[in-house]
Write a protein that binds this ligand. Structure first.
Ligand SMILES: C[S@@+](CC[C@H](N)C(=O)[O-])C[C@H]1O[C@@H](n2cnc3c(N)ncnc32)[C@H](O)[C@@H]1O
Length: 336
């Protein structure tokens, strides 16, 4: 049963099964779906790929409804975290299987694959990353941007980020037009200030909020705090990029209603639905008080280039460029 939890000027937050809710929505009535379905459904199996097949089977009815309710020039944006196979250092293929299913069976086009890099991600799974040291930090989520058409509504002019320092210098002092070794002709057009840099398909957003209006509201009302919220910048990027003010944005796996909160701030109509009423109730916190989308896009995260020199790790020395020689100490239990 679908239950209204709260309403705002532009939107509605409901609890219940979104499959049931979507069945009530008119065909081709939604401009944009931005959502992060539960990835916990990927069962940790120690063999084969059954986990990813189960996930795709579970998702199929949702995909059917999503493709029916989206407008022909609308977009579906799905954020999916990675999952590891139980007991072995290999990853589930469920994100890729889902992508192929959505395109092959439901006629979606992959407009672009995005990757959300969370610079504050902890080094997990500990067994492979910090204990055995045979994998690196798993720090990106896949985000599939899909649409019924190859030509959905979109403008990268709405998601420009701050220019780099070097670009600012170039804009101020000018650039000597020349042919690059790559063959690209860098003309004087590069000196034009377009209001910001066109972002890449890697979105760098640390998920490190300790407290915000949502958390304060949940604490004050003894509501469970959702432990898998995405940061506001993530839905905000796609809402701005792929919809206009007044458009209708929907999140069928809404959790804390972050997509709704962001849509309200950006002047879009919205609807959010989550199976768990308590999560939806907590979402009220975004609409009471001081929730504001940040305006600062100049924050820089640092990622170092891989070091091409022979390993300086005292535990493992590169020998003659061919062999690895273990050192005296075993590095088990070394926590970063
Ligand atoms: C990864 S969380 C979404 C978190 C959300 N993006 C946020 O920022 O708070 C996935 C959510 O999907 C919800 N969910 C799972 N199955 C559902 C269904 N059939 N209908 C509605 N919500 C569902 C879960 O309760 C969970 O809160």
């Amino acid at each position: 049963m679908i239950e209204n939890v709260f309403e705002t000027e532009l939107g509605r937050a409901v609890s219940g099964d979104s499959l049931e809710l979507m069945a009530e929505l008119e065909s081709q009535s939604v401009d944009l779906i931005v959502t992060s379905p539960p990835f916990g459904l990927v069962r940790k199996k120690s063999y084969g790929n059954k986990d990813s097949d189960e996930y795709v089977n579970w998702f199929r009815p949702f995909a059917q409804e999503m493709s029916r309710i989206l407008k022909p020039n609308g977009s579906l944006v799905i954020d999916l975290g990675g999952a590891w196979t139980k007991g072995v250092p290999t990853k589930s293929l469920y994100q890729y299987k889902l992508l192929i299913c959505l395109c092959d069976e439901f006629g979606f086009n992959l407009c672009q694959d995005f990757f959300w890099w969370n610079p504050s991600k902890l080094p997990t799974p500990a067994e492979w990353v910090t204990i055995r040291r045979i994998r690196v930090k798993d720090a990106v989520n896949c985000i599939w941007w899909l649409s019924p058409t190859p030509w959905p509504k979109a403008s990268n002019r709405r998601v420009l980020s701050a220019y780099s320092k070097s670009m600012e210098v170039l804009l101020k002092h000018g650039y000597q037009p020349r042919l690059r070794p790559s063959g690209h002709d860098i003309s004087t057009k590069f000196q034009k200030d377009n209001g910001g840099a066109i972002p890449p398909n890697v979105l760098a957003i640390a998920n490190t909020r300790s407290t915000d209006p949502y958390v304060r509201f949940c604490e004050a009302n003894a509501l469970k705090i959702h432990d898998a919220r995405f940061p506001a910048e993530l839905p905000a990027f796609f809402v701005k990029f792929l919809s206009d003010p007044g458009d209708f944005v929907f999140d069928p796996f809404a959790g804390s209603c972050m997509t709704g909160a962001v849509s309200e701030q950006l002047g879009r109509k919205w609807m959010c639905c989550d199976l768990i009423r308590e999560f939806v109730s907590g979402g009220r916190g975004y609409f009471q008080g001081d929730f504001q989308l940040g305006t600062d896009s100049s924050v820089l995260y640092e990622i170092r280039k891989p070091d091409p020199r022979p390993s300086r790790d005292p535990e493992m020395q590169l020998d003659s460029g061919r062999e690895f020689r273990r050192s005296r100490n075993d590095d088990r239990g070394d926590v970063m």
